[in-house]
Design a protein around this ligand. Sequence first.
Ligand SMILES: [Zn+2]
Length: 228
Amino acid sequence: MIEKAVDLIETLEFVLDYKRVPECLVKEKDCPCPPNDGDPMGCYVPEERKVYICIDRIKNFIKEYEIKCDYEMVRNIVSLHEHIHAYFHQKLGQFYNLNNHVEEPVTEFLTFYTIFSYKQEYINCFLQINKHLLRHYQYWEFIWGKSSPYITLTYNNEHISIKDFVSELLRSYNKEVVFKTLVETIVIILKHTVGKDWNTFRKEMEFSFLKVFNINLKISLLEGGVKL
Ligand SMILES: [Zn+2]
């Protein structure tokens, strides 16, 4: 069962059919990630199809921002975020050319949503880290509906957030089906808005999310849900 997955990356493998890329833990001198732009503690290098985790930067980040969770937990969260970039690369292929102001909040959203679905004890640590990242990394809150102006879905004649939509779905479908369908829906919307800015992505989410979601849900259920 999925609860016995060794780590969250294994969850992505089981539920999303993600093909795990190699992950290298490196000291500062071997860290290829730009220090002041983008992810501060690791990166996914598409040309190499590899995830790098920069251990000194994780230690410094914990110290500098007084993050109250242990090193392993922060490292696992950083690793999850980077593997989600790799997952986008696999799913988008030649279209993997996303606007950074869309890719980072969506990656943070899926990092949060994976934790929310499979490892809730990480939520507090995720929130502590996220608030010290660049502003657009916090836009995940608008996707989830944690803060306004959030993405609004019109469902059963009501305006609701994705957060409320997910809790509604969890009454009828199992967690894996909801998780897989939601993530795959977001990937399709990313594909439709490659290279476009945040507002275009946001409008596309509001405009076509439910339509794409319903198609994906039917496919998922016809396939017999998620095979584990
Ligand atoms: Zn990132």
